[in-house]
Design a protein around this ligand. Structure first.
Ligand SMILES: Nc1ncnc2c1ncn2[C@@H]1O[C@H](COP(=O)(O)OP(=O)(O)O)[C@@H](O)[C@H]1O
Ligand SMILES: [Mg+2]
Length: 268
């Protein structure tokens, strides 16, 4: 029998991610104004809002790239507001970027291998001495890269320089790179941007599959509201840095503030 301490019980009951009263100012501009919500383990949580609403800024605050002006970010109930991005990544938080960040001159496979290098538990000294365990780690990395390429439908492109790929393939490579760090929370910033309609449909299926296979929680920013509504359990709507709605797609779709402020009077 496992006896849970009160602290362990509290931690397991805590949301995976919580943002509390997050505010971000750039000079006189309030990009985010006291944003609060919680994301539960296993959810696909959507973030929508017009251009400039503050969506990417919110991802930057959650991933640690931008410090908030005030407010807190909690990971499994523990504040991580001051942690740098690489520490948050080690905790299990990974993201993709609206403007892709790939090594264009490297092959698709090498882009993944770079992301897979130095996983937790691997010693640097072992690497320098090229020990048996290091070679084993190399082999495991290759196997894992192959597996991710196959999952993301990129295996036929493994040797191609990333810079020569079509946009949709580049976006999927970024997702593969983020998955390489074995995250429990994956933040996707406009993953469908630049994709054609059939790629967008496939992306919806893919996000669902990845959630199941990798036991992921996903936060996704998307411009195409209808696409997001198909795949999200819950969503938040931002407008000029303010959270104007929070709920299931059905609740959000019928929220008068969303219809007025964001959707110009017509339900999405
Ligand atoms: N580093 C920055 N410095 C100044 N203003 C910024 C910075 N980043 C974002 N902004 C501004 O904050 C607002 C929100 O931007 P952003 O989060 O990129 O919106 P979204 O992703 O919803 O389109 C915009 O007005 C944008 O110009
Ligand atoms: Mg953005």
């Amino acid at each position: 029998m496992t006896i849970q301490t009160p602290a362990a019980t509290a931690a397991s009951a805590a949301p995976l991610l919580e943002v509390q009263e997050l505010t971000c100012r750039f000079g006189g501009l309030v990009a985010l104004d006291r944003i609060s919500f919680a994301v539960q383990p296993g959810e696909i949580f959507g973030l929508i809002g017009p251009n400039g609403a503050g969506k990417t800024t919110l991802f930057n605050l959650i991933s640690g790239l931008t410090p908030p002006s005030s407010g807190a970010v909690l990971w499994r109930g523990t504040p991580i507001t001051g942690l740098p991005p690489f520490r948050r990544n080690r905790l299990g938080l990974a993201r993709t970027f609206q403007n892709l960040r790939l090594f264009d001159g490297l092959s698709v496979l090498d882009n993944l291998l770079v992301a897979l290098r130095r996983q937790p538990g691997e010693s640097l000294l072992g690497g320098l001495l090229a020990s048996g365990s290091h070679r084993r780690a190399d082999r495991q990395r290759l196997e894992r890269a192959d597996q991710l390429l196959e999952e993301l439908g990129l295996e036929a492109l493994a040797e191609r320089p990333a810079g020569t790929l079509a946009y949709g393939d580049r976006r999927r490579l970024e997702i593969a790179r983020a998955l390489a760090t074995r995250p429990s929370l994956l933040l996707l910033d406009e993953p469908a941007a630049g994709m054609n309609p059939s790629e967008k449909d496939n992306l919806c299926d893919l996000i669902g599959q990845l959630r199941r296979r990798h036991e992921l929680t996903v936060m996704v920013i998307e411009h195409h509201v209808s696409l997001l509504m198909q795949i999200c359990d819950r969503m938040a709507v931002l407008d000029f840095g303010v959270r104007i709605a929070l709920g299931t797609p059905k609740q959000v779709r019928h929220d008068p503030r969303v219809i007025e402020a964001y959707l110009g009077g017509a339900p999405p």
